[in-house]
Design a protein. Structure first.
Ligand code: PEP
Length: 240
């Protein structure tokens, strides 16, 4: 089970360090083994001493080791901090930063060559959801064009665009249906993301085929994130 926190454009270097230290202590002191991922702002990356089950990843990178790509960050800079997990295809990068499929495939292939864990995000906008489940699946499956679904270190996050940062969560039935249909084609861990909260994470993690959650807003407070990890750990014990 994977519990991932996407900081987006939040937290400073100082508060990121405090956050990671507290989460690490919580995991260590309670001997938790649920997998935790934290994706801080790139400026807050550093060499953090963490338990094995915790990875600090990158929200973004340019598909290069180094070079002339003003404002971008390459793998030489990520490797300096031992980054071993990256996000690709987050809806904010697709829709706000206008990353198209061609660039996403380039990023995916580059990260794959580096052998890092890839958390690849997919999800439909509201107008597609309104057309029903077949349209949703056609849209999501299209987002896998050019993506190697056999890559060993691939994790998928299903995040309906209309549910991200809006306070609207997909219904448990909708999540269940999409994850069930994805599982037919993809034998990889499947996460859900989209306004996951402390008080609904338990129900979501109990959905069949749900292997974890990717969380923005509700994960930015240390206490909340600890509660979410704790809930996940309890559910994991029952599921085992
Ligand atoms: C996200 O950033 O991937 C996300 C799901 O955000 P939020 O939890 O705020 O909807």
């Amino acid at each position: 089970m994977i519990i991932a926190s996407n900081f987006k454009t939040n937290h400073t270097r100082k508060s990121t360090r405090e956050f990671i230290t507290q989460i690490n202590n919580f995991v260590k002191n309670n001997s938790l083994d649920v997998q935790v991922r934290i994706y801080p702002a790139l400026t807050a990356l550093d060499s953090f001493e963490c338990e094995k089950s915790i990875k600090i990843g990158a929200q973004n990178f340019y598909p290069t080791c180094k070079g002339s790509f003003t404002g971008e960050i390459g793998f030489e800079q990520l490797e300096e901090f031992g980054v071993d997990s990256v996000l690709i295809g987050h809806s904010e990068r697709r829709h706000i930063l206008k990353e198209n499929n061609e660039l996403l495939v380039k990023k995916f292939n580059f990260a794959k060559e580096q052998g890092v864990e890839i958390l690849y995000c997919v999800g439909e906008p509201k107008e597609v959801r309104e057309k029903g489940i077949d349209a949703v699946m056609a849209y999501i499956l299209g987002q896998f064009d050019g993506i190697d679904l056999d890559y060993k270190r691939l994790v998928i996050a299903y995040e309906p665009v209309w549910a991200i940062g809006t306070g609207l969560t997909a219904s448990n039935n909708d999540i269940k249906e999409v994850l069930k249909r994805l599982k037919v084609n993809i034998q990889k861990p499947l996460l859900y993301g989209g306004s996951v909260q402390v008080d609904n994470v338990g129900d979501i993690l109990n959905i069949k085929n749900c292997d974890g959650v990717l969380i923005g807003t509700a994960s930015w407070e240390k206490e909340n994130f600890c509660k979410i990890i704790d809930t996940a750990q309890k559910i994991r014990r029952v599921k085992l």
